[in-house]
Design a protein around this ligand. Sequence first.
Ligand SMILES: [Zn+2]
Length: 423
Amino acid sequence: MAIALLPTWAHADRPLLYAVRPGDALSLIAERFGITVAELRTWNGIEGDRILVGQELRLAPEGATPPTAPSAESTTPPSSEAATATESPAPAPSPAAEPVVAAPERSRAARPQPNGVSYQVRPGDTLSGIAVRLGVEVSVLLEHNDGLDPNRIRAGQRIFVPEARPAVDLEVQRGDSLARIAARHEVSVAEILRWNPAVRRHGLRAGRTIRLYTNVPLSRSESVGLPYNGSLINPEPLPDHPLYVVREASRAFGTLETVRWIRDAFEVVRRQHPAGPRVRIHDLSDSDGGALRDHRSHQSGRDADIAFFRRHCAQNECGFGNTTPAQLDVRRQWALFHAWLVSGRVEAIFIDYSLQQPLYEYARSQGATPAQLRDWFQYPRGQNHAFGIIRHFPHHRDHLHVRFVCPDTDRECRAGWRFAHAH
Ligand SMILES: [Zn+2]
């Protein structure tokens, strides 16, 4: 095979089409597949940065064919469960527009057949009963199963149940539980059992691969060690958001979880309080973690320095600058902190003690319980008090420093705010 003659985009590991997932940005997708944002724009006729969830993007120029020679395998669905779904609803594409599919094991999101599982009808089943149990509409089942008669289904018959979410194959780790996997990937335990009959029969086995259909991307990033003595593997860049501006992209890498959690919380603020200035985000970690100039922590992809939401900022953009309680936009700042706190994803939020009081009073007025206030705030117990997620640290009057918890998939990640923090 003439491997050496293949153009740079023809990479055997890369599908030639990709369906955009929630949280994606052009820069994230480009990084993930080792291509440039400019290439993505050219190949897809995109001018700005706007992409939509579910939109299919070409990861190669028009007319590109798979880098591997077509073989019998490349037209076979990778899953034996899906293999029974021969009634493809998609009309046969014209040769010119034929979707190109890469190596079979990586083509899940790109192959023309929809994702889904085959359901074997049991005695006594009705189509509407099956639809309710599997959480799909009867009309969707009819649409995806040619010749299916809702009044005449029989035990043993197979029905294809389409699944709109992208497929993810996950290796079960020692200590995983169904409940934990379900929570982490935002699916239900019942769904996992339906997608993986072997799990229902034999239970979870470490080292086995199970299939999920989820909009939550698989996390390849790993936070290693401590924030002030650690590193970061397979980092993700912080994607853009209308409510913040990243100062320097080369110093804005984190774990997949960190960048999602930052963006998710800003999205909550945007929905609740859309009007107001945006803020500047300075450093997270650099692209491989480890020591970062001007900081002691920020080594393991879990730290971020972010300007405060102030009521008024020049050019509608709040940079780092000494902030008084009166200047703080308490409503928006609390919306951001609250989103993080209720998610259980933050280990610490470092801000000057003087800024804790207005946030504390506002949180109480918004219905925070005494127990929540005690867990969330160091205030009013003094700036040396050992507890409270929102806590004092010197030199944090001009910005906040958030540190996220270790992602539960990152086994070498170590918590450790109690021991040290400094810039
Ligand atoms: Zn910091």
